[in-house]
Write a protein that binds this ligand. Structure first.
Ligand SMILES: [Ca+2]
Length: 286
């Protein structure tokens, strides 16, 4: 033994080279995988950011929808109500309510982030097939205080708004232009109405009259654009909506000496009594 190392070292050197190449290959592989992860994660972050903004636009649109439901059911607004560019959270919404002409209506709300002028995200929410019923309109006369130019016997003014057609108000006199008879309703506070209906006992017919409104009970003016519809003993008059405390029927001619009214009703035809929220809810994104 001369202390030399075995020449097999060179052989091991070849092995070492092969190991280096393998290690390099593994390193390259790992680097590619790592880079791929970086790209994937970066895409995910980007996508998550876009999804977050879209989600915000969606919920802003939902806020507009909720506002419309509240406006129509609680706030006394009518179909056709809407509002635009309302700031809410991260964006703005524009909401409309439209009558479909078949006793249903549609609410459309659009949400924009950050605004509708230069939106990064937009979402549209529609609620359809919402129905309304106006069959149960509130007769405002029932809680009003009636008074009249005159009355006869037990047929006092309050019999015209007691909810019973078997009782009536009867004037004590012959109405004429110079000597009118009238029946008035004090609603207690200013209220909106656009329809009056009065029911007359058999044989009675008021032939010339005016529906008048007043804010103070002393100065009166005729309602605008009255349209009369007669159905049996009931005469309905529709006119441009007014918001006042007092109104009356001002009678200047009648087929009978003493004009009589068994029930005098007051309505707001735009009043929405009940709302059934639609079954179909559609979300459209773009
Ligand atoms: Ca009555």
């Amino acid at each position: 033994m001369n202390g030399h190392r075995k020449p097999s070292l060179d052989l091991r050197g070849e092995e070492k080279g092969a190991a280096l190449i393998a290690a390099f290959a593994v390193l390259v592989g790992l680097t590619i995988i790592a880079l791929a992860f970086v790209v994937m994660v970066s895409d995910d972050i980007k996508n998550a950011g876009a999804e977050l903004i879209d989600a915000k636009a969606y919920y802003v649109a939902e806020a507009g929808l909720a506002k419309a439901r509240w406006a129509l059911t609680t706030d006394g607004q009518s179909v056709g109500w809407g509002e635009s560019d309302i700031s809410f959270g991260a964006g703005t919404y524009t909401v409309t309510t439209a009558d479909n002409g078949d006793s249903t209506y549609t609410i459309v709300s659009e949400g924009y982030v950050p605004n509708d002028t230069n939106p990064v995200a937009k979402r549209r929410v529609e609620e359809r097939n919402i129905s309304t019923t106006t069959s149960g309109l509130t007769n405002l006369s029932l809680t009003a205080t009636a008074s009249a130019s005159s009355y006869k016997g037990v047929d006092t003014p309050d019999k015209a708004n007691d909810g019973q057609t078997s009782t009536k108000w009867r004037a004590n006199g012959v109405p004429s232009a110079g000597s009118p008879e009238w029946l008035a309703m004090d609603l207690g506070s200013a209220q909106t109405f656009d329809r009056v209906a009065f029911d007359e006992p058999p044989g009675n017919k008021i032939t010339t009259y005016q529906i008048q409104s007043s804010s103070n009970g002393t100065s009166w003016s005729a309602v605008s654009n009255p349209v009369e519809t007669i159905n049996g003993s009931v005469t309905t008059v529709d006119f441009d909506a007014v918001t006042v405390r007092y109104q009356r029927i001002y009678i200047t001619a009648s087929t009978r000496t003493d004009p009589s009214i068994s029930e005098y009703e007051t309505y707001n035809s735009n009043e929405i009594q009940s709302i059934i929220l639609g079954q179909g809810k559609f979300v459209t994104s773009w």
